[in-house]
Write a protein that binds this ligand. Sequence first.
Ligand SMILES: Nc1nc2c(ncn2[C@@H]2O[C@H](COP(=O)(O)OP(=O)(O)OP(=O)(O)O)[C@@H](O)[C@H]2O)c(=O)[nH]1
Ligand SMILES: [Mg+2]
Ligand SMILES: [Zn+2]
Length: 340
Amino acid sequence: MEGQVYKIHSDFYYVMPENKEGGLLECKLREVLKKRKLKIKVGDFVEVKNNAIEKLYERKNSIPRPSVSNLDLVAVVSSLLEPEIDFIQLNRYLIFLKYHKIPVLLCFNKDDLMDKDELNKIEEKIRKIYEPLGYMVLFTSALYNEGLDEFKNLIKGKTIAFCGLSGVGKSSILNAINKEKEIKTGSVSEKNKRGRHTTRHCEIIEFDDIKIIDTPGFSRLAFDFILPKDLGDLFDEIKKYKTECKFSDCLHEKNSEECNVIKHLDKIDSKRYESYLSFLKEAKEFKQKITYEGQKEEENFKINQDKSFVKISSKKRSSSRRKVNQHIKNLKNIKGEEDD
Ligand SMILES: Nc1nc2c(ncn2[C@@H]2O[C@H](COP(=O)(O)OP(=O)(O)OP(=O)(O)O)[C@@H](O)[C@H]2O)c(=O)[nH]1
Ligand SMILES: [Mg+2]
Ligand SMILES: [Zn+2]
Protein backbone atom coordinates (compact mmCIF):
# COMPACT_ATOMS: atom_id res chain seq x y z
CA MET A 1 0.00 0.00 0.00
CA GLU A 2 1.28 3.48 -0.83
CA GLY A 3 0.98 6.32 1.64
CA GLN A 4 2.48 9.53 2.95
CA VAL A 5 4.29 10.04 6.25
CA TYR A 6 2.27 12.54 8.28
CA LYS A 7 4.26 12.52 11.51
CA ILE A 8 7.17 10.77 13.19
CA HIS A 9 7.63 10.02 16.87
CA SER A 10 10.90 8.35 17.82
CA ASP A 11 10.81 5.01 15.97
CA PHE A 12 7.20 5.23 14.85
CA TYR A 13 6.06 6.55 11.50
CA TYR A 14 2.44 7.54 11.00
CA VAL A 15 1.46 6.90 7.40
CA MET A 16 -1.75 8.04 5.71
CA PRO A 17 -2.83 5.52 3.05
CA GLU A 18 -3.40 6.93 -0.41
CA ASN A 19 -7.16 6.34 -0.17
CA LYS A 20 -7.20 7.60 3.44
CA GLU A 21 -9.16 4.51 4.50
CA GLY A 22 -8.71 3.74 8.18
CA GLY A 23 -6.76 6.93 8.85
CA LEU A 24 -3.17 7.06 10.07
CA LEU A 25 -1.30 3.77 10.26
CA GLU A 26 1.41 3.31 12.87
CA CYS A 27 4.46 1.83 11.13
CA LYS A 28 8.03 0.78 11.81
CA LEU A 29 10.92 1.00 9.38
CA ARG A 30 12.14 -2.25 7.82
CA GLU A 31 15.57 -3.31 9.09
CA VAL A 32 17.10 -3.24 5.62
CA LEU A 33 16.17 0.43 5.24
CA LYS A 34 17.53 1.22 8.70
CA LYS A 35 20.81 -0.42 7.80
CA ARG A 36 21.04 1.77 4.71
CA LYS A 37 20.82 4.74 7.10
CA LEU A 38 17.76 5.90 5.25
CA LYS A 39 16.14 8.84 6.98
CA ILE A 40 12.41 9.06 6.47
CA LYS A 41 10.92 12.53 6.60
CA VAL A 42 7.48 13.96 7.14
CA GLY A 43 6.06 14.42 3.63
CA ASP A 44 7.71 11.31 2.21
CA PHE A 45 5.71 8.95 0.03
CA VAL A 46 6.39 5.36 1.06
CA GLU A 47 5.36 1.79 0.38
CA VAL A 48 4.00 -0.01 3.43
CA LYS A 49 3.51 -3.73 4.04
CA ASN A 50 2.44 -5.30 7.35
CA ASN A 51 2.86 -2.02 9.20
CA ALA A 52 6.45 -1.64 8.04
CA ILE A 53 7.88 0.90 5.59
CA GLU A 54 9.48 -1.06 2.75
CA LYS A 55 10.36 1.58 0.23
CA LEU A 56 10.82 5.33 -0.10
CA TYR A 57 9.54 6.90 -3.31
CA GLU A 58 11.56 9.57 -5.05
CA ARG A 59 11.21 13.01 -3.45
CA LYS A 60 10.12 16.08 -5.40
CA ASN A 61 12.20 18.18 -3.04
CA SER A 62 13.58 17.94 0.47
CA ILE A 63 15.00 20.28 3.07
CA PRO A 64 17.22 19.47 6.03
CA ARG A 65 15.84 21.74 8.76
CA PRO A 66 12.98 21.28 9.30
CA SER A 67 13.39 17.79 7.96
CA VAL A 68 10.48 17.63 5.49
CA SER A 69 9.95 16.73 1.85
CA ASN A 70 7.58 17.11 -1.11
CA LEU A 71 6.55 20.71 -0.54
CA ASP A 72 4.52 22.60 -3.16
CA LEU A 73 4.93 25.93 -1.44
CA VAL A 74 6.38 27.57 1.63
CA ALA A 75 4.54 30.49 3.21
CA VAL A 76 7.26 32.77 4.54
CA VAL A 77 5.57 34.75 7.28
CA SER A 78 6.81 38.03 8.73
CA SER A 79 4.97 40.37 11.02
CA LEU A 80 4.93 44.09 10.38
CA LEU A 81 5.34 44.78 14.09
CA GLU A 82 6.02 42.74 17.23
CA PRO A 83 8.47 41.51 16.00
CA GLU A 84 9.32 44.00 13.24
CA ILE A 85 10.31 42.71 9.79
CA ASP A 86 13.89 41.53 9.64
CA PHE A 87 14.63 41.87 5.93
CA ILE A 88 18.00 40.13 6.04
CA GLN A 89 16.45 37.13 7.77
CA LEU A 90 13.59 37.21 5.26
CA ASN A 91 16.08 37.14 2.38
CA ARG A 92 17.92 34.32 4.11
CA TYR A 93 14.75 32.20 3.99
CA LEU A 94 14.10 33.19 0.37
CA ILE A 95 17.57 32.34 -0.88
CA PHE A 96 17.59 29.07 1.03
CA LEU A 97 14.23 28.08 -0.50
CA LYS A 98 15.40 29.18 -3.92
CA TYR A 99 18.40 26.87 -3.55
CA HIS A 100 15.99 24.02 -2.79
CA LYS A 101 13.73 25.07 -5.70
CA ILE A 102 10.65 25.53 -3.53
CA PRO A 103 8.06 28.18 -4.50
CA VAL A 104 7.26 30.85 -1.91
CA LEU A 105 4.27 32.89 -0.80
CA LEU A 106 5.31 35.98 1.13
CA CYS A 107 2.95 36.76 3.94
CA PHE A 108 3.06 39.92 6.06
CA ASN A 109 0.93 39.48 9.17
CA LYS A 110 -0.35 41.64 12.05
CA ASP A 111 -1.59 44.40 9.73
CA ASP A 112 -3.96 45.44 12.49
CA LEU A 113 -1.05 46.82 14.51
CA MET A 114 -0.42 49.58 11.96
CA ASP A 115 -2.53 52.58 11.05
CA LYS A 116 -3.73 52.87 7.49
CA ASP A 117 -1.13 55.38 6.27
CA GLU A 118 1.77 53.47 7.73
CA LEU A 119 0.42 50.24 6.30
CA ASN A 120 0.02 51.68 2.80
CA LYS A 121 3.57 52.99 2.86
CA ILE A 122 5.16 49.74 3.93
CA GLU A 123 2.96 47.70 1.59
CA GLU A 124 4.09 49.78 -1.36
CA LYS A 125 7.73 49.42 -0.34
CA ILE A 126 7.49 45.66 0.07
CA ARG A 127 5.61 45.07 -3.18
CA LYS A 128 8.18 47.16 -5.04
CA ILE A 129 11.01 44.97 -3.82
CA TYR A 130 9.53 41.49 -4.00
CA GLU A 131 6.93 41.44 -6.78
CA PRO A 132 9.43 42.15 -9.57
CA LEU A 133 11.40 39.17 -8.24
CA GLY A 134 8.36 36.99 -8.91
CA TYR A 135 7.08 36.53 -5.37
CA MET A 136 3.40 36.45 -4.44
CA VAL A 137 2.87 38.97 -1.65
CA LEU A 138 -0.02 38.94 0.81
CA PHE A 139 -0.93 41.16 3.78
CA THR A 140 -2.89 39.52 6.58
CA SER A 141 -4.20 39.82 10.08
CA ALA A 142 -4.80 36.50 11.78
CA LEU A 143 -6.48 38.37 14.60
CA TYR A 144 -9.07 40.12 12.40
CA ASN A 145 -9.30 37.49 9.70
CA GLU A 146 -7.96 39.81 7.00
CA GLY A 147 -6.43 38.45 3.79
CA LEU A 148 -7.03 34.89 4.90
CA ASP A 149 -9.62 33.92 2.25
CA GLU A 150 -7.09 34.85 -0.38
CA PHE A 151 -4.42 32.96 1.55
CA LYS A 152 -6.61 29.87 1.59
CA ASN A 153 -7.29 30.14 -2.15
CA LEU A 154 -3.60 30.40 -2.94
CA ILE A 155 -2.75 27.22 -1.03
CA LYS A 156 -5.72 25.07 -2.12
CA GLY A 157 -4.71 21.60 -3.28
CA LYS A 158 -1.15 22.14 -2.11
CA THR A 159 1.20 20.80 0.53
CA ILE A 160 2.70 23.80 2.27
CA ALA A 161 4.86 24.66 5.24
CA PHE A 162 5.17 27.85 7.22
CA CYS A 163 8.46 29.51 7.86
CA GLY A 164 9.25 32.65 9.78
CA LEU A 165 10.59 33.90 13.07
CA SER A 166 8.97 32.89 16.32
CA GLY A 167 5.97 35.00 17.24
CA VAL A 168 5.07 36.30 13.77
CA GLY A 169 1.77 34.42 13.82
CA LYS A 170 2.23 31.21 11.82
CA SER A 171 0.15 29.07 14.15
CA SER A 172 -2.43 31.86 14.51
CA ILE A 173 -2.91 31.98 10.73
CA LEU A 174 -3.24 28.23 10.66
CA ASN A 175 -5.88 28.31 13.40
CA ALA A 176 -7.77 31.10 11.69
CA ILE A 177 -8.07 29.20 8.40
CA ASN A 178 -8.73 25.86 10.07
CA LYS A 179 -11.33 26.33 12.73
CA GLU A 180 -11.63 22.60 13.46
CA LYS A 181 -8.29 21.88 14.99
CA GLU A 182 -6.66 24.26 17.39
CA ILE A 183 -2.86 24.48 17.34
CA LYS A 184 -1.12 25.89 20.35
CA THR A 185 0.00 29.49 19.96
CA GLY A 186 2.46 31.20 22.20
CA SER A 187 1.97 34.56 23.76
CA VAL A 188 4.59 37.06 22.64
CA SER A 189 6.80 37.70 25.62
CA GLU A 190 6.55 41.26 26.84
CA LYS A 191 10.30 41.59 27.21
CA ASN A 192 11.53 41.03 23.67
CA LYS A 193 8.24 41.07 21.73
CA ARG A 194 8.99 37.64 20.36
CA GLY A 195 7.19 34.35 20.58
CA ARG A 196 8.26 31.27 22.43
CA HIS A 197 8.55 28.51 19.82
CA THR A 198 5.46 26.59 20.76
CA THR A 199 5.56 24.00 17.94
CA ARG A 200 7.97 21.11 18.59
CA HIS A 201 7.40 18.44 15.92
CA CYS A 202 6.75 18.36 12.20
CA GLU A 203 3.29 17.11 11.37
CA ILE A 204 0.96 17.21 8.39
CA ILE A 205 -2.42 18.71 9.18
CA GLU A 206 -5.05 18.22 6.51
CA PHE A 207 -8.31 20.09 5.94
CA ASP A 208 -10.37 21.48 3.02
CA ASP A 209 -8.03 20.03 0.37
CA ILE A 210 -5.01 21.65 2.00
CA LYS A 211 -2.05 19.91 3.62
CA ILE A 212 -0.01 22.01 6.01
CA ILE A 213 3.17 20.80 7.60
CA ASP A 214 3.42 22.49 10.97
CA THR A 215 7.13 22.70 11.86
CA PRO A 216 9.18 24.00 14.77
CA GLY A 217 10.70 26.49 12.34
CA PHE A 218 13.65 26.90 10.01
CA SER A 219 16.69 27.16 12.22
CA ARG A 220 20.41 27.72 11.70
CA LEU A 221 20.25 28.70 8.06
CA ALA A 222 23.92 29.50 7.55
CA PHE A 223 25.24 29.55 3.99
CA ASP A 224 27.61 26.70 4.68
CA PHE A 225 26.52 24.61 1.73
CA ILE A 226 27.30 26.80 -1.25
CA LEU A 227 30.46 28.12 -2.86
CA PRO A 228 30.89 31.92 -3.09
CA LYS A 229 30.88 31.90 -6.90
CA ASP A 230 27.45 30.21 -6.99
CA LEU A 231 25.67 32.49 -4.53
CA GLY A 232 24.91 35.25 -7.06
CA ASP A 233 22.82 32.85 -9.12
CA LEU A 234 20.30 32.60 -6.28
CA PHE A 235 19.61 36.35 -6.40
CA ASP A 236 17.64 36.96 -9.59
CA GLU A 237 18.58 40.64 -9.70
CA ILE A 238 22.31 39.78 -9.43
CA LYS A 239 22.09 36.91 -11.86
CA LYS A 240 20.58 39.30 -14.38
CA TYR A 241 23.66 41.54 -14.42
CA LYS A 242 26.53 39.21 -13.55
CA THR A 243 26.99 37.76 -17.04
CA GLU A 244 28.39 41.14 -18.13
CA CYS A 245 30.98 41.38 -15.34
CA LYS A 246 34.50 41.60 -16.76
CA PHE A 247 35.87 38.67 -14.76
CA SER A 248 34.03 35.39 -14.73
CA ASP A 249 35.01 34.77 -11.09
CA CYS A 250 33.71 38.20 -10.02
CA LEU A 251 32.00 38.11 -6.61
CA HIS A 252 30.34 41.53 -7.07
CA GLU A 253 31.78 43.09 -3.95
CA LYS A 254 32.08 46.85 -3.62
CA ASN A 255 35.75 46.82 -4.64
CA SER A 256 35.27 44.45 -7.60
CA GLU A 257 36.80 45.73 -10.81
CA GLU A 258 34.52 46.40 -13.76
CA CYS A 259 31.63 44.64 -12.09
CA ASN A 260 28.34 45.01 -13.91
CA VAL A 261 26.36 44.27 -10.75
CA ILE A 262 28.02 47.16 -8.93
CA LYS A 263 27.33 49.34 -11.97
CA HIS A 264 23.62 48.62 -11.51
CA LEU A 265 23.45 48.84 -7.72
CA ASP A 266 20.80 51.57 -8.01
CA LYS A 267 18.50 48.93 -9.54
CA ILE A 268 18.98 46.54 -6.62
CA ASP A 269 17.29 46.93 -3.24
CA SER A 270 19.98 47.88 -0.72
CA LYS A 271 18.85 45.31 1.86
CA ARG A 272 18.96 42.59 -0.78
CA TYR A 273 22.52 43.54 -1.69
CA GLU A 274 23.46 43.77 1.98
CA SER A 275 21.99 40.27 2.44
CA TYR A 276 24.06 39.04 -0.51
CA LEU A 277 27.27 40.38 1.05
CA SER A 278 26.46 38.88 4.40
CA PHE A 279 25.70 35.42 2.92
CA LEU A 280 28.79 35.72 0.73
CA LYS A 281 30.91 36.06 3.85
CA GLU A 282 29.46 32.80 5.18
CA ALA A 283 29.98 31.05 1.86
CA LYS A 284 33.63 32.20 1.84
CA GLU A 285 34.15 30.81 5.32
CA PHE A 286 32.63 27.55 4.14
CA LYS A 287 34.99 27.41 1.17
CA GLN A 288 37.98 28.12 3.36
CA LYS A 289 36.98 25.33 5.71
CA ILE A 290 36.58 22.68 3.02
CA THR A 291 39.79 23.76 1.31
CA TYR A 292 41.66 23.51 4.61
CA GLU A 293 40.19 20.08 5.37
CA GLY A 294 41.03 18.90 1.88
CA GLN A 295 44.63 20.12 2.22
CA LYS A 296 44.99 18.48 5.59
CA GLU A 297 43.96 15.19 4.07
CA GLU A 298 46.45 15.62 1.24
CA GLU A 299 49.23 16.46 3.71
CA ASN A 300 48.45 13.43 5.85
CA PHE A 301 48.60 11.31 2.75
CA LYS A 302 52.03 12.69 1.86
CA ILE A 303 53.40 12.30 5.39
CA ASN A 304 52.30 8.70 5.49
CA GLN A 305 53.91 8.11 2.11
CA ASP A 306 57.20 9.73 3.24
CA LYS A 307 57.29 7.58 6.34
CA SER A 308 57.46 4.48 4.27
CA PHE A 309 60.30 6.02 2.16
CA VAL A 310 58.51 5.30 -1.03
CA LYS A 311 58.75 7.82 -3.79
CA ILE A 312 55.24 8.92 -4.63
CA SER A 313 54.47 8.03 -8.16
CA SER A 314 52.56 10.61 -10.15
CA LYS A 315 49.70 8.16 -10.37
CA LYS A 316 49.38 8.07 -6.59
CA ARG A 317 49.69 11.82 -6.38
CA SER A 318 46.78 12.32 -8.69
CA SER A 319 44.77 9.79 -6.75
CA SER A 320 45.41 11.90 -3.66
CA ARG A 321 44.20 15.03 -5.49
CA ARG A 322 41.12 13.14 -6.48
CA LYS A 323 40.60 12.26 -2.85
CA VAL A 324 40.78 15.92 -1.88
CA ASN A 325 38.26 16.87 -4.52
CA GLN A 326 36.00 14.04 -3.49
CA HIS A 327 36.30 15.17 0.10
CA ILE A 328 35.19 18.67 -0.86
CA LYS A 329 32.33 17.26 -2.88
CA ASN A 330 31.21 15.05 -0.03
CA LEU A 331 31.30 17.90 2.43
CA LYS A 332 29.21 20.01 0.08
CA ASN A 333 26.64 17.26 -0.35
CA ILE A 334 26.37 16.65 3.35
CA LYS A 335 25.99 20.30 4.12
CA GLY A 336 23.54 21.16 1.40
CA GLU A 337 21.23 18.21 1.30
CA GLU A 338 21.08 15.98 4.29
CA ASP A 339 22.40 18.06 7.12
CA ASP A 340 20.16 16.70 9.86
N1 LIG B 1 -2.19 41.82 16.73
C1 LIG B 1 -1.99 40.64 16.18
N2 LIG B 1 -1.44 39.64 16.91
C2 LIG B 1 -1.26 38.45 16.32
C3 LIG B 1 -1.61 38.22 14.96
N3 LIG B 1 -1.29 36.96 14.65
C4 LIG B 1 -0.76 36.42 15.77
N4 LIG B 1 -0.72 37.31 16.77
C5 LIG B 1 -0.22 37.09 18.14
O1 LIG B 1 1.19 36.85 18.10
C6 LIG B 1 1.57 35.87 19.08
C7 LIG B 1 2.38 34.76 18.45
O2 LIG B 1 1.59 34.07 17.51
P1 LIG B 1 1.87 32.57 17.09
O3 LIG B 1 0.80 32.23 16.13
O4 LIG B 1 2.02 31.72 18.30
O5 LIG B 1 3.27 32.73 16.40
P2 LIG B 1 4.16 31.60 15.69
O6 LIG B 1 4.70 32.23 14.47
O7 LIG B 1 3.36 30.36 15.53
O8 LIG B 1 5.31 31.41 16.76
P3 LIG B 1 6.21 30.11 17.02
O9 LIG B 1 5.31 28.92 17.10
O10 LIG B 1 6.86 30.45 18.30
O11 LIG B 1 7.21 30.03 15.89
C8 LIG B 1 0.27 35.40 19.72
O12 LIG B 1 0.11 36.09 20.93
C9 LIG B 1 -0.80 35.81 18.76
O13 LIG B 1 -2.02 36.07 19.37
C10 LIG B 1 -2.22 39.30 14.22
O14 LIG B 1 -2.56 39.21 13.05
N5 LIG B 1 -2.37 40.48 14.88
MG1 LIG C 1 3.72 28.28 16.17
ZN1 LIG D 1 30.45 41.36 -10.70
